[in-house]
Design a protein around this ligand. Structure first.
Ligand code: HAM
Length: 411
């Protein structure tokens, strides 16, 4: 039997209901923050991620699904949504001043060739937001507030927000030079030995060595005064709305485009539910337009796992208003018309299409959580009525054809 590719998942039954319930809740929250949806292609040119995410990142150097099309163009299944969103706003010239701030959100599948484990798949779904235009602590605190509002709304109460501020400009050079000195005596994995030379910040994000850097030099000490003030205002703004982040000097994130605050939210088991930050150079880098930006993305599957662990069920179980059982060929024909009529009236109804015995059709209606069973035989057709069995009250009555909707709605 052909099986699904490693690191992919079939969403079925309750899982698919929970997924869409989660999506609906997030849509409501993000709508109240006045964001607009954007949908970008599932594949993009390889160049976009090399330039956008950074060639030395794990994502680009090891985890991408890249292929050549029939004309030998190098394409990549998107590993994340930020670079594609930037590409789209540049290509569609959405960055004109009247549009700012551009507040966008997306849902979509992302692809990374990672070692699959719980909460880490090769195809996974993200909800993300990106804001273009403002560079202020107010918009950054709105972004962090939006992510915590989503968690609070779905009922996840125990989580921690880890926050850091990346050092930029001249001070970054000094920090990098001191970081190299700090890292030099450490015994590191083979990848990190290379990373020290080409992109030493990535060492702090290494999945193998990460726990070796608790005493790492603090970026905060390298920030210039205006970055220090910005970071402090952001922390104050968050405190004012009841959000108390943990300042984490080791937090650098695994993507190269960040230039200011970075943050991650972890659940009580330490699994990272979401991450994001400010990336003021990416739009210029990809399209020569000076446009500051920040955003975050949530892993939808990680949220579903966290909900399951908390025993929070956000979807309502499937149920029917009525399940129709026909006892003769003529009754089947009539059922077709009845189904249409009831569905037009806004009722959720289904029919015994498998032609089951009466006993198993009844069982089936229970499995489908049907509030009523409608039985139609030749006798009922002659008398222009049907039998409606109310499964909740366990009562049964004959109802004239033209009163069926009333009888079901009145239940
Ligand atoms: P990221 O940290 O790479 O950031 O991914 C964001 C979230 O996606 C993670 O926190 C995690 O929940 C989920 N995720 C990542 N990889 C996997 C995986 N293999 N399986 C399941 N879930 C996964 C970004 O992607 C940035 N684009 C976020 C951003 C938006 N920054 C600014 N704007």
């Amino acid at each position: 039997m052909i099986q699904k590719p490693r690191g992919t998942e079939d969403l079925i039954d309750l899982k698919v209901r929970e997924y869409f319930a989660l999506e609906m809740i997030i849509r409501n929250v993000v709508d109240s923050f006045n964001y607009n949806e954007i949908k970008t292609p599932i594949f993009e040119s390889l160049e976009l991620f090399k330039k956008g995410v950074g060639e030395e990142t794990d994502i680009v150097s090891k985890e991408m699904f890249t292929f050549a099309d029939r004309k030998n163009r190098e394409l990549t299944l998107r590993p994340e949504g930020t670079a594609p969103t930037v590409r789209a706003i540049l290509e569609n010239k959405m960055y004109i001043n009247e549009n700012l701030p551009l507040k966008l959100f997306y849902f979509g599948s992302m692809f990374r060739y990672e070692r699959p484990q719980a909460g880490r798949n090769r195809q996974f779904n993200q909800f993300g937001i990106e804001v273009f235009g403002p560079k202020t602590p107010e918009i950054d605190s709105e972004i962090i507030c939006l992510s915590s509002t989503i968690l609070n709304t779905i009922g996840i109460e125990e989580y921690t927000i880890h926050l850091n501020y990346l050092v930029n400009g001249e001070q970054r050079k000094q920090y990098i030079s001191d970081l190299k000195k700090y890292l030099k005596p450490k015994s590191l994995c083979d990848d990190c030995k290379k990373r020290i030379q080409v992109n030493p910040l990535r060492v702090l994000d290494c999945k193998i060595d990460a726990n070796k850097f608790d005493d790492v030099i603090d970026m905060k000490d390298y920030l210039n005064q205006s970055d220090k003030d910005y970071f402090q205002t952001l922390i104050d703004n968050l405190n004012n709305i009841g959000i108390k982040p943990i300042i984490d000097k080791k937090l650098v994130r695994g993507l190269d485009y960040y230039t200011g605050f970075v943050y991650e939210v972890k659940d009580k088991k330490g699994s990272t539910l979401l991450g994001g930050g400010r990336y003021d150079e990416l739009v210029k880098q990809l399209g020569n337009v000076d446009l500051p930006a920040s955003g975050f993305a949530i892993g939808m599957e990680r949220l579903l796992i966290a909900l399951e662990e908390e025993k929070i069920y956000i979807s309502v179980p499937n149920s029917l208003d009525a399940y129709i059982i026909a006892l003769s060929e003529k009754a089947k024909q009539f059922s077709n018309i009845l189904l249409l009529m009831l569905r037009k009236a806004g009722l959720k109804v289904d029919f015994d299409f498998m032609n089951r015995s009466m006993k198993s059709a009844f069982k089936q209606s229970e499995k489908l959580n049907s509030k009523n069973i409608i039985i139609i035989g030749d006798n009922e057709l002659k008398e222009n009525n049907v039998i409606i069995k109310n499964q909740l009250t366990k009562t049964e009555k004959k109802v004239a054809f033209d009163k069926i909707v009333d009888a079901l709605v009145g239940e």
